[in-house]
Structures are given as structure tokens and as C-alpha cells.
Design a protein around this ligand. Sequence first.
Ligand SMILES: NC(=O)c1ccc[n+]([C@@H]2O[C@H](COP(=O)([O-])OP(=O)(O)OC[C@H]3O[C@@H](n4cnc5c(N)ncnc54)[C@H](O)[C@@H]3O)[C@@H](O)[C@H]2O)c1
Length: 251
Amino acid sequence: MSITTDRFAGKTAIVTGAGSGIGRATATRLAHEGARVIAADVAPERLVELAAELSAYNVVTIAGDITAEEVVQKIVAAADGRVDVLANIAGIMDGFLPAAEIDDATWERVFNVNVNSIMRLSRAVLPLMIAHNSGAIVNVTSEAGLRGSAAGVAYTASKHAVIGFTKNTAVMYAAHGIRTNAVAPGAVITNIEAPMKSQHAAGVVGPLLQVVVPAPAEADRLAAAITWLASDDADNVNGQVLASDGGWSAI
Ligand SMILES: NC(=O)c1ccc[n+]([C@@H]2O[C@H](COP(=O)([O-])OP(=O)(O)OC[C@H]3O[C@@H](n4cnc5c(N)ncnc54)[C@H](O)[C@@H]3O)[C@@H](O)[C@H]2O)c1
């Protein structure tokens, strides 16, 4: 993909999950469009690869688990007091476990990564955005945030929670010039692990997924939606959930 704009020149963007998939594509696009990117991921080797690939651009990498408050503080400290864009992209799946089979560890880990980290990072970044009276937060939800048939119960509930967090934050800080939106990807070709660990789920949602899911998209196509919402082109858009899913959510 050739990028010819400089929508993010002079801006600082935090991207979580920047080592792989949608986060990596988004960090790359933001850097190519002029942003200083704080790229965070729990997998250090992925960040080393990203930094090498983007060595001509302004990229700082922070390795660590974003569910830990000290890692969140490190990420925000790297921004030197200015955050124009926060792209909360890191997320994990749940083995498609339904309510009768979900274990506490899976439920808690999925919520910690998919929801609590968004709360922690937003809580840390919002005072900086408020001080500058501007900012854009883009959270990644999922088709599973829009319907009950795209994952297990923990992932589905967590991605619905991301939408609630997005809408409340959009309302609370609109008057401070801060926009908060979400992107709901359909199937995307990434490294996310999505094993079907439940026979019950395989029987119930397996056939549905085979019938209705459009062809998986490249991660670049999600980066396009995320960066649009993060850019001034979307300056009248707040509290919205933009599905980038080849039409899945219309079925
Ligand atoms: N791939 C899809 O089909 C799809 C569909 C809908 C939604 N999503 C969502 O898109 C987002 C990105 O997923 P992806 O498909 O690009 O996956 P991916 O696994 O390719 O990339 C996610 C990255 O997040 C990092 N990460 C995971 N847990 C972390 C943690 N605790 N701290 C820091 N980094 C962490 C991983 O190391 C990985 O590099 C997720 O929120 C996912 O739920 C993906």
C-alpha cells in the first residue's frame, strides 16, 4: 500500500498490539503518515522486527504486558506529555468457550487484556488530551461486539464492553475536543489464536460462521479504518462503531 498523506505529521500516537496484525499495520501506517509512534506489545521480538522495518521513521517501542499498571505508565511516559492518538488494539480470544464451560482464568485474562487495559490506558492518557483540548481514541472491538455468534462468551462480553466504554468516554469528553470511536473488524488475516476448544460451540456457531463470514481481510484494510477515525478527516465523528467487515454485520 502506498501512503501519500501526512495526516499525522507532528502528532504522537500510542498503539497497543503493535507487534502483529492490525496493530502492526496501524503503527506502520501512522508512522508512514508522519506520526511519532509509541508501539507497545507484550512480545519483544515482534517489536524488534517492527523497529527494524520502520527504522527510517519515528518509532519508540515499549515491551510489556499492558494489563500491568507499570507498563501503562511506561508507555505514557514515552509520549513526553503529548498524546494525540491512542489506538487500543491489543486483544486475545477465548477458545470459543460458552457460558457453561468458561473457566475463571480465561474469563479474567480476556477481560484484563481486552477491556481493563483500555480503561487503564485511557485513564492515563485522557488528562494529557484534556490539557491540550484535543485527541482521538480508537478502540478495537469485533464482530463479536455486535452479535452473539462470532466467539465464546468471554470474548463476546469483552468486545461488547469495549463498545460501552467507547460510547461513555465519547460523551464524557466531547466538550474537551476528544473523540472516542471503535472499529469492529470482521475476519482478518493476523496471528491471533482462535482455537475452537468447545465441542458445543463448534456445533452451534461453527456452521453459522461457515455460512455468513465474508473472506478474511488483510490487516491494512483495518488500519485504514482506524487511522481515518484517528485523523482530523473524522473530526465530526464521535462515539461510533465502524464495522470493517466486508458486510458481515449487515447480514
Ligand atoms: N483477526 C481477526 O479476525 C479479528 C477480528 C475481530 C477483532 N479483532 C481484534 O483486533 C485486535 C488485534 O488483533 P489481531 O487479529 O491483529 O491479533 P494479533 O494476535 O495478530 O495481534 C495482537 C497483538 O497484541 C499483542 N498483545 C496481546 N496481549 C497483549 C498484552 N497483554 N499486552 C501487550 N500486547 C499484547 C500480541 O502480542 C500481538 O502482537 C484484537 O483486539 C482482536 O480482538 C481481530
